[in-house]
Write a protein that binds this ligand. Structure first.
Ligand SMILES: Nc1ncnc2c1ncn2[C@@H]1O[C@H](COP(=O)(O)OP(=O)(O)OP(=O)(O)O)[C@@H](O)[C@H]1O
Ligand SMILES: [Mg+2]
Length: 292
């Protein structure tokens, strides 16, 4: 059965007092506790002849309202880390702390999965409003709340279609609308734009920035695209080949508001792109060597 993108209510595993800041965020916001704190996370999956270590000593603090992008070779544990943060997967060792939401009435988190996960028996509108229905919101209000987001993802005319009548990119856009509509405090996005065509990707990157700049929710966004990470994030986390650890955290200091297409013309963009690729390249090659 498909699992919902929207995780209504408190799905995050541990709400408590966050530990002290570490790394780059300590310098920037020493008086503000992190919204998400991950310490020495380890994840092993059962495998023969020995367990597969997907994550090892993965530590990261994410500030309230921060936009983090995670880059790393295929199979390095990005989705696993995100699923642990979402409370969908247990870690083998380590500690995850999510501090209390800014507004108690808002749902803690929503997740956009790497593979779109719509309910096949529900229409586009019903899928998008599913999370609101779970929260007991009346149909008229649900539809009114969903309409701007369906328009934003360019699917207003497809509201009564079923998922099997949509292309892969359209399904992914429904998943995005479904996550946005509940206005979560934390948005966890696993390669959300990977299945989109280049033009829709650009439009939705701009829309995501516009939404984020309006209310600064905390976003953890996995991508394989260096240019996407540079255009969107405050910091880029680069992971090692499996078992996934954090190799480097790179601050992205382009002024905001940003315009994705214009940013690419900035010479600093090209310089940073190359610097990030140089860090990433060894890991991608190591990951390929291991799986070949
Ligand atoms: N449920 C599972 N059972 C066993 N092994 C798993 C499971 N989920 C993931 N793995 C393994 O853990 C490792 C990390 O997987 P994960 O999906 O987190 O990688 P990823 O970085 O998201 O890769 P991609 O960029 O290709 O999406 C892989 O070796 C994968 O085979
Ligand atoms: Mg993945």
């Amino acid at each position: 059965m498909a699992s919902p993108d929207v995780l209504p209510g408190a799905v995050l595993p541990e709400v408590g007092t966050p530990t002290a800041l570490a790394g780059a965020m300590a310098d920037q916001h020493s008086d503000i506790p992190p919204r998400i704190s991950v310490k020495h996370l380890r994840k092993e999956f059962d495998a023969k002849p020995s367990p597969l270590v997907a994550l090892d000593d993965f530590s990261l603090d994410i500030a309230e309202g921060e936009f983090i992008c995670v880059l790393g070779p295929s199979g390095c544990g990005k989705s696993t880390a995100l699923r642990i943060i979402a409370g969908l997967e247990k870690c083998t060792a380590g500690q995850l702390t999510i501090s209390a939401p800014r507004e108690a009435s808002r749902p803690s988190s929503a997740m956009v999965f790497q593979e779109h996960s719509l309910f096949p028996w529900l229409t586009v509108m019903q899928n998008v409003t599913y999370g609101l229905e779970m929260r007991g919101i009346a149909k008229k209000e649900r539809v009114a709340a969903a309409e701007p987001f369906l328009k934003m993802v360019g699917l207003a005319k497809f509201r009564d279609h079923y998922p099997h009548q949509l292309s892969g990119g359209m399904k992914q856009r429904v998943s995005l609308a479904r996550a946005f509509v509940i206005r979560p405090d934390i948005l966890l996005m696993d390669e959300p734009f990977a299945a989109l065509d280049a033009q829709n990707k650009l439009i939705l990157q701009e829309e995501l920035l516009r939404l984020w700049e309006a209310d600064r929710k905390t976003i953890v966004f996995i991508t394989h695209a260096i240019d996407e990470a540079l255009a969107l994030s405050d910091r880029i986390v680069i992971m090692t080949a499996s078992p996934g650890r954090i190799k480097e955290v790179i601050p992205v200091t382009f002024a905001r508001p940003r315009h994705v297409a214009e940013l690419r013309a900035d010479p600093k963009f090209g310089e940073l792109y190359l610097a990030i690729w140089r860090v990433l390249e060894d890991e991608v090659r190591a990951a390929r060597a291991r799986t070949e």
